[in-house]
Write a new protein. Structure first.
Length: 471
């Protein structure tokens, strides 16, 4: 029974059912319309991500009661009073940060310089700190509207204390409680008043193809995104798990604009994760669901791990097009290449159709080959086979290799149609159930005849309903 459900099987009663299988239209590829950006900045642990979640109306930004959870610039789409805009969550900004925190601060500074308006969030309970004053000095140099937000104003007592924030010189502090929603509606009205209708930079056009970068922690996803973008879009550090939120970036490659999402590395099963890691894994899954093609990074210098196989299975189950990028190829010697070939043959039997590229995100080796690999995978993912051509081909295949007997009867394949694309899904109308092995045979022959490199292919069966004999 479980096999039937997984395959999307069912029954049919007469030939009119053959025309009813048309599941297209389940993907809505919105045009990419340029939207102004609102950057939310401030020192660590003032509640920036909580405020971002309140603004966008859903729990997207990872929130935990420890400083430094957010590290990258992460964009989310928001809608207030019928106007759409992007909200950019940033890591905590500190003027004298070192090491990893210095990279985080640099991302916040990039957000300040590229946004169309800025919310400077200050902890009203703590009051203005030297870091807040340094941020104000930096923001005054930029000719961008800045709104001062006094967060954690939960009662009248804190409200009177928050009035002292006038001293920062950014005008009236907007008093809110991001955790409880107090004052956020009035704040958003003020945001719309200063936010331009269109961004300072940006161009219209059709929506970019959506690409998610997935893999285990510290495999080089952020380094690859930075190399492709030609600048520092994601924080990179040799500490595993630096990326927590999915990081969106529009990157122009091969004359096209692509929307890349750098995701958190999946460390373990979601059921075994906790806290920040649990929410980060959920964000990674939702980013994968929102993408069209996934680039799965594998550390070519190390043996393929169970974590790698788990992520690959997740991509395959999601039905997304797939490119396998074997990273750190500059560290691979001849012996390791031979060993890797054996590991691929043994461990990657579930995705033999995936496009493969050997790259080095660190040196930039062969990263340009990812573009044709993605284009081939997406072309396969979008491919539709005409019904007439499909059935003529299928008759020849079934005549040469009939399905195995089942219950003393030979199932007949009467008709086939491609029910949907993204991924290509084929429905076979039969007189009896087809074994999983025969479906794999049909899938293999489909690939030989029609291609589908880089895309999963699904084959489901509709078995003719048994009619009760009249007495």
């Amino acid at each position: 029974m479980s096999e039937d459900v997984l395959a999307g099987d069912g029954v049919w009663s007469d030939e009119s059912d053959w025309e009813m299988v048309d599941l297209d239209g389940e993907f809505d590829l919105d045009a990419h319309i340029p939207m102004p950006t609102l950057a939310v900045v401030g020192r660590p642990n003032v509640g920036k991500s909580t405020l971002v979640n309140r603004i966008i109306g859903r729990r997207e930004a990872v929130v935990e009661d420890i400083p430094g959870v957010t590290r990258d610039r992460v964009s989310y789409e928001a809608n207030w009073s019928g106007r759409k805009f992007l909200v950019q969550d940033t890591g905590g900004w500190e003027p004298d940060a070192k090491g990893l925190q210095q990279s985080v601060a640099r991302q916040a500074e990039l957000a300040m310089s590229t946004a169309d308006a800025i919310l400077l969030v200050v902890d009203a309970v703590v009051g203005a700190t030297a870091t807040d004053e340094a941020a104000v000095k930096k923001l005054r140099r930029a000719k961008i509207p800045v709104i001062l937000v006094a967060n954690k104003v939960d009662d009248q007592k804190i409200e009177s204390e928050a009035a002292a924030l006038w001293s920062l010189g950014l005008g009236e502090p907007r008093m809110v409680s991001a955790a409880h929603g107090r004052g956020t509606g009035d704040l958003l009205d003020d945001v719309l008043a200063v936010l331009p209708e269109t961004p300072r930079e940006g161009s219209g056009g059709t929506g970019p193809r959506r690409v998610s970068l997935v893999g285990k922690p510290n495999v080089g996803k952020s380094s690859l995104l930075n190399k492709l973008a030609g600048d520092e879009r994601s924080v990179v550090h040799d500490v595993a798990g630096t990326t927590v939120d999915p990081v969106d970036s529009l990157v122009e490659l091969g004359g096209k604009v692509w929307k890349f999402v750098d995701t958190a590395g999946l460390r373990r099963k979601v059921s075994h994760a906790s806290g920040m890691e649990f929410y980060a894994s959920l964000r990674t899954k939702s980013a994968l669901e929102a993408s069209e093609v996934a680039i799965m990074l594998v550390d070519a210098s190390q043996p393929i791990t169970e974590q790698d196989l788990r992520v690959i299975s997740m991509v395959a189950d999601s039905g997304r097009a797939l490119v396998l990028a074997f990273n750190k190829w500059d560290l691979v010697d001849e012996d390791r290449r031979l060993q890797l070939d054996r590991e691929i043959d043994r461990d990657l039997v579930r995705v033999p159709w995936a496009q493969r590229v050997n790259i080095s995100a660190h040196t930039g080796r062969a990263v340009q080959k990812l573009v044709p690999a993605m284009e081939t995978a997406l072309e396969s993912w979008d491919k539709r086979i005409p019904t007439g051509r499909l059935n003529n081909w299928l008759k020849e295949v079934v005549a040469a290799t009939p399905p195995p007997m089942r219950g003393g009867r030979l199932p007949r394949v009467l008709f086939a149609t491609q029910a949907t694309t993204r991924p290509p899904t084929f429905v076979l109308f039969t007189t009896g159930f087809l074994e999983a092995g025969y479906r794999r045979f049909i899938e293999r022959r489909l690939r030989e005849e029609f291609g589908f490199d880089g895309s999963p292919v699904r084959v489901s069966v509709r078995v003719r309903e048994k009619r009760e004999r009249k007495k």
